[in-house]
Structure formats: C-alpha cells, structure tokens
Design a protein around this ligand. Sequence first.
Ligand code: FSO
Ligand code: SF4
Length: 543
Amino acid sequence: MFCFQCQETAKGEGCSTKGVCGKPPEVANLQDLLIYLIKGIAISSKKADDKGIDQTDVNKFIIESLFATITNGNFNDDYFIDKIKEAIKIRDGINQEAALNPEELYDCQSWSFDSDDDIIEKSKHVGVLHVDSNEDLRSLKELITYGIKGFAAYADHAYVLGYTNSDIFSFVKRGLEATVDENQSADDLTALALETGKYAVESMALLDEANTSTYGTPEVTKVSLGVGSNPSILVSGHDLKDLEELLEQTKGTGVDVYTHGEMLPAHYYPFFKKYDNFVGNYGNSWWKQKEEFEAFNGPILLTTNCLVPPKESYLDRLYTTGNVSYKGANHISDRKEGGTKDFSQLIEQAKKCSPPEQLETGEIVGGFAKDTILSYKDTILSLVNQGKIKKFVVMAGCDGRFKSREYYTEFAENLPSDTVILTAGCAKYRYNKLDLGDIDGIPRILDAGQCNDSYSLAVVAMKLQEVLELDDINDLPIVYNVAWYEQKACTVLLALLHLGIKNIHLGPTLPAFLSENITNVLVKNFNMGTISDAQSDISKMIG
Ligand code: FSO
Ligand code: SF4
C-alpha cells in the first residue's frame, strides 16, 4: 500500500505498511483500485453525457465511491470488493448503452475479475506510485483528485436532500479524466487544480442551499455540554438527514439524542429545535472518540467520517450507515426510494443502556453562518472603524490527534483582545471552549458550522469586500490560519485559492503529496505558507 492523502501520513511522507488512521493495507489497495476504475467510468460517462444518455445513477455511484475513500470513512475490505464488482457492471453498462469501444478509452476498461482474490491481486498494482512516475505531475493529479473527493462528499450530502447540480457532475468527470490523460502538462493541471476550487465553492454553495432550505437559516444558539439522566444515542459525522430521521424515530421513546464532533452545528438549525429529546453536544472532535464513546454508554451512530477503529468494549454499540463501514460494527441500511432509514435497533438497544457519563458541564455558543454574521454587518463595520476589532482570523478546517495541534489552542489563547476568530469544521474544538470574551457583544469566536460552512466565511469576506469597496479581497483585515487533515480540507483550500485569497497559512504541516516544485508554485502565486510557533505567527499575522 501507499497512501499520503491526509495530514497524518506516516513520517510526513506516506503510509506504506498500515495507515496511521488504522486503514489496513488491503483496504488501502482496494480503495486505489476503486478510484482507478472510477476514473475509467468517468471517461465513459462523460461520453455518454455527450450522447444525451441519462447518467443519474452513474453520477451518484461516482460521488458515493469517491466519498467512501476519504480518510476515516470506511475500513471494510468487503465493502470495497462489492463496490469494485458494481463498478465493473456499471462501466460495461455505459459502454454498451453508449456504443463505446473499451479499447479506445482507458486500460482498465477491459479488465474483468474472476474472483475476489483476482480483485485483491490487481489492487496491489494500481496505487498512486504505480500510476505516475513524474513527481510534479503526480502531485497535481493527486491535488485535483483529493479536491474532487472532498467536494464529492458535499455533493453527496446535497444529493441526499434532493439538491443536485449537473455542472458539478460534469466537472468531476472532466477533472478525473484529466488525471489519467498523459497529454496534460504541469500548467494544464495547475489550471485544473484552481478550477477544482471553483467547483468546490459551487458544491459548498449547493449544500448550503440544501441545508438552509431544508432545515432553516442557522441561528445563534447555546448548546449544552452536560448530560441528562435518560438513556441516549450519540450521532457523529456530518449527515443531517440521518439526524432528522433518528430524531423523528426517537420522539416520545424516552431516549435522548446528543451530537458529537462535526454534528454539533445541527443545533444551530431552527428545524432541529422542535425536538425536546435533542439535548446537547457530547465530547470533542473525532480523535478523542475512543474515550468518549466508551463513556457515553449508549449506541453511537457514525453517519460519515471521521471514524477511528473502535475498541472492542463499545463495538456492539457502534452503528455505521451510508458509506461508513467497519467490520464487526452494526450497519444501518440505506433508505429505499421515498422511505427512511430504520433506527429501531439503536433505539431498542439505547433503552437498555445507562445514561451517558458526564464529561463536561456548561454550554458553548455557535450559529454564526453567513446570514447571521451579515445581520451584524453594521455593528461589525463600526467596531472595525473604531479600531475595536483590528483583525479577523479565519481558523477553519480540521482537528487531528497530533500534539503539534496544541499550537492552535495556544494561537487562539494568545491572540490580542481586538481580534475575532472565524471558524468552521472540527478545527474549532482546539479553542471553542476557551473563554475569550466578546467585543461590545460580538463573541471573539464565531462558529459558522461544519467544514463545508467555510463557504459562509468566504461569502462574508466577499460581502465585506463589496461593502468596503475594495478592489482586492486580500485588503480586508482578515488573515487565514487554516488547519487541514483530510480531503475535504483540500477542497476548502482550493476554494479559497479560487476566490483569490492569498497569504494562507496551512498547517500543522504542508501536504506530503505536494512536491517541492508544486509547493513553490503555491508559495510564489499565492504566498501560501505553513505555521511556526504560535507567538511568532501572531506577530507575523496580526502585527
Ligand atoms: Fe473534521 Fe473529520 Fe468535517 Fe473532516 S470530522 S476532519 S475536514 O471529516 O470533514 O471537519
Ligand atoms: Fe495514512 Fe492518512 Fe492514508 Fe490513513 S488516510 S493511510 S493516515 S495517509
């Protein structure tokens, strides 16, 4: 195996024996093979689009498959073997319907497998290092692929809520095709990486529309951190539709529901406030889940990444759904057309469990998505004009388990009192429980929501640029200190670059998949850099 798609990759170079995330080598290889086949399907499906053949099911298969290979999502080799078999059927179906000649398309178009062992053997020879020997081209191709994986996740969430955009699907196919096109130069691929950012913005905008149209506009909300005395279910991941159906099914059962990790922002949506048993947030970001799931005592539902390979002690209480899977955990099947998922097994198990052990008390405040922040626009501009707010610091992105991430707590704690943090994603857990106070009523930490709600922060920046009549978005009093971990953060980064934002500090380390030359291109064109120590960075960024 070889995988270097996330920030925690072994030695900052690549995982080659087993993932630091716990991904077994067999699963890593099978993910490589699935991605390889998906690239072939993208080529065929693009041609079928051109012939006017309906590709709705194929589009869905492509985005779900890409999403399933994101870090910390799916650790189950059987899942990927099934997906690979399905991919072969889908590929042959398109080629037949569109009368395409597989020989002329891509080498994997003519592959077929006689057995699972055959699939496993083939999967050992299609990894990123086998496919491209030029480090710079490989680096750009991986940047594009990870950017597409990231926004495929957002497109999938929007899809589940009934929102799609054909331009996004078209770009997914065009982008994936380019990553296997030997005629693409480094310049072509660099342009395509920035174009990936355009579709990252569109996907986040689509998901924002899907979420706000379905669940209302996020509001400023206090979320309880303590626990009650009822048996309970914990929901983690990012999928709001799963949460909706779970809340509907737990109504009146005496079972409470808590959010974990990236589900925290669900509390900000008006729709979910009607459920009396939706009581609060439990624990922190994804990497602390082993202790927190143990202490929760009740069933835990993982709707998307980030899953950490579980301890035996709570495996029987762990439920996966969607494209999350772990051998030995329970799995809730997908909803049938027009139906809902069936969470009765979790609810029945919850009734037999003890209430959660209390980890914290108190509450935190969030819900500062774009409409809320912009409703304070006049107050904020007046505080900026009076010099009471000197800088906004965007600290969106992901959290991670490495000690180096303590930097972000130290950075937030030591920021001058005339700065305001804008955050989204699980990066927030490094500082969202600090008491940083407020500036004339504006809290110094404004949480917009999940990682995809980084879109909200970009919209706020664009709106402020317009109001202040600035020619360049980089003239705003906003600095960017973004933490990344997995491929959704790659998509957020590409989105920011597409919007012309420069001087982004990306940490705690730069991606291992970027070669020195490609890193230099980003430094030269966007003045992108990484972090050093908190105090020096504060002096450098805030002045
Ligand atoms: Fe975090 Fe995990 Fe949301 Fe990611 S929970 S790391 S960027 O999945 O998607 O922020
Ligand atoms: Fe390693 Fe990250 Fe890949 Fe997991 S996802 S195998 S930690 S690079």
